[in-house]
Write a protein that binds this ligand. Structure first.
Ligand code: FES
Length: 118
């Protein structure tokens, strides 16, 4: 199944094999969006890829202590909540991920268009 939906989200099949054996930060292209796929010490996370500070591509970032580090000015974001460090006053979006029948799916909020006409 390529996608399915519930009341709020459309769950899109992750189009690449997710490596659950090592840590990384890389780009994930799903439903026309470029997201950031992160695995860090057994936490698998999908986040937005644009840094809210000045727009850097977070897929070129890296992780330290459970935080995704932006490659431009080193803002730090919690990879489970998306919350930026205290003085930054910003956050990144976290996309829910789930595994069904050995496939991963990422949940993306339905657009208003989907809600009305979907
Ligand atoms: S653009 Fe990411 S910290 Fe400035």
């Amino acid at each position: 199944m390529e996608e399915f939906e519930d009341d709020e989200l459309v769950w899109h099949k992750v189009p690449v094999k997710i490596d659950e054996s090592r840590n990384y930060v890389k780009a994930l292209h799903v439903a026309g969006k470029k997201l950031c796929l992160i695995r860090e010490n057994n936490v698998l996370s999908v986040t937005s890829s644009r840094c809210p500070h000045a727009g850097a591509d977070l897929t070129h970032g890296w992780c330290e202590d459970g935080k995704l580090i932006c490659p431009f000015h080193r803002h730090r974001f919690n990879i489970e909540t998306g919350q930026g460090d205290e003085k930054q006053h910003n956050y990144i979006r976290i996309y829910p991920l789930k595994k069904e029948d050995n496939e991963f799916y990422v949940g993306i909020k339905k657009s208003l268009w989907n809600k009305i006409f979907g």
